[in-house]
Design a protein around this ligand. Structure first.
Ligand SMILES: [Zn+2]
Length: 467
């Protein structure tokens, strides 16, 4: 029923045909058909018009995620997401999903670092009952130890299955904890095992009551609807909810540090070596160590990730996989939209028999070359076209539009700025990209994380001692 997403900006490859189409749209410019209004109780409403199919995605986004959790109570955002399916007086447990199915739709939810979201995809004619369900459970969730205790077991089991029994997941949970030593991004979304065992029904109830309110949420509707059509329905169902006192969101900061962090592990369960370097970077909403955001930097880093590791024509793949034949895969990724600072990640899967120290040296040489020699005009132009193509074609799916918008607004973005990246992308120069590479691809403030199956795969890279 529930899905948990760890958002890392991976992108698919697009064919030549798509690029031609994108160039045509590029010429014309491109914006989403989007309307916005706000209810008196503070609920933000966004309507994305897409008339191609008689369906609508009805989604509600709360400005709360695992980053808002306290030490000792990690995982409460995700736990509450589970409890939201436990029913209300009017919709007892099990009846919501059955009704959505009967109406020909589907429903789900997800919890991330920055947000918690719920959605249903239904025929346009079934929008009203979805609003009834979602507005009802924003205020009237029926919680008791009777529903809480068995669900806590379900979540503990989910953690065992997903994390404790998966060597890669287990490893990256520990990498996050080391990379974010002060920022709450260091907590796993699902929560630490001991915390899950220890929190109570009262903790979950408190979380729900503090964060679930119309003035802490955005309703996003996408499909064959307009604001004029849906406004009376939104008023009818959501307008009755009361505004509540919601605590201001804490803005945790990871202080600056000196020296690289290394986390190197050997796990006999692992077959394929995973080599990773995480650089500290600003997101669109927060700079490194709480610094002010510099407009355009996030878009520039997005382009830099594309040039360095966005696909088979990018530098990492060309040099490590094709030329030097050291790796089976090599890529870079970067998340633009985060409430807090972001990371710029390089990930390499070495070829069988190539030790991790060789990868460290090859990546270091490649990054040094990039910082001293810079990127070319051709690389920049190709990256711009490719990223714009990805965005345009991704948004062919209204659900992806909803997802991007939801992330944007829950991170604190204004709707009128949602398409700002297009102007920033167009204005970006080679000098901008080079300056970003020189500023942010600094090894001595980065985290090196390597997971191998046995020590021979590490070469001279030392295993991190147990703490
Ligand atoms: Zn779950």
């Amino acid at each position: 029923m529930t899905a948990q997403l760890l958002l890392r900006g991976k992108r698919g490859a697009w064919g030549a045909l798509l690029l031609v189409g994108a160039l045509m749209v590029w010429e014309k410019g491109w914006t989403m058909d989007m309307e916005h209004f706000k209810l008196e109780n503070g609920l933000n409403v966004v309507v994305v018009h897409d008339g191609r199919a008689p369906v609508v995605t009805h989604s509600i986004w709360y400005n709360v995620g695992s980053m808002d959790e306290q030490e000792g109570k990690t995982g409460l955002a995700h736990m509450t997401e589970h409890l939201m399916f436990k029913g209300t007086e009017r919709y007892p447990v099990g009846t919501m999903d059955k009704m959505v199915q009967r109406k020909g739709g589907m429903m789900n939810a997800f919890t991330s670092y920055d947000f918690t979201a719920y959605y249903q995809k239904v025929p346009v004619t079934e929008l009203a009952p979805m609003m009834d369900i979602e507005s009802d459970r924003m205020e009237n969730l029926k919680l008791s130890d009777e529903v809480f205790l068995p669900e806590r077991k379900v979540v503990a089991e989910e953690r065992k299955l997903r994390t404790d029994s998966d060597p890669t997941d287990r490893f990256f949970e520990q990498v996050m904890r080391r990379h974010y030593q002060h920022h709450t991004y260091g907590h796993p979304i699902i929560g630490w095992g001991a915390d899950i065992q220890n929190y109570t029904f009262g903790d979950a109830l408190d979380w729900y009551e503090r964060h679930y309110a119309p003035n802490n949420a955005t309703l996003i509707l996408a499909g064959n609807v307009t604001a004029a059509e849906v406004k009376p329905l939104v008023e009818q169902y959501y307008g009755r909810l009361k505004r509540e006192d919601v605590p201001a969101r804490a803005q945790p900061v990871e202080p600056l540090r000196e020296g690289e962090i290394r986390f190197v592990r050997v796990d006999p369960q692992v077959q394929v070596v995973s080599w990773n370097r995480w650089y500290r970077t600003p997101s669109a909403f927060q700079g490194v160590a709480g610094a002010e955001v510099v407009p355009g930097e996030a878009t520039g880093l997005w382009v830099l990730a594309e040039i360095l590791g966005g696909g088979a024509s990018a530098r990492l793949y060309q040099q490590l996989v094709m030329e030097q034949q050291l790796a089976d895969s090599a890529s870079a990724s970067y998340d633009v939209v985060r409430v807090g600072e972001s990371t710029f990640d390089i990930s390499v899967q070495p070829k069988d028999g190539v030790p991790a120290d060789k990868i460290s040296a090859a990546v270091a040489a490649l990054v040094d070359e990039l910082k001293s020699g810079g990127v070319t005009e051709a690389e920049l132009a190709r990256a711009k076209v490719s990223l714009k193509a990805d965005e345009i074609y991704a948004r062919d799916d209204p659900f992806i539009s909803v997802y991007r918008l939801g992330m944007w607004v829950t991170a604190g973005g204004k709707l009128e700025d949602f398409n700002r990246w297009q102007d920033e992308l167009a204005a970006l120069t080679v000098a901008d990209v080079n300056r970003l590479a020189q500023t942010y691809l600094t090894t001595d403030t980065s985290t090196l994380a390597v997971l191998a199956g046995h020590t021979a795969q590490l070469g001279s890279v030392a295993v991190t001692p147990e703490q």
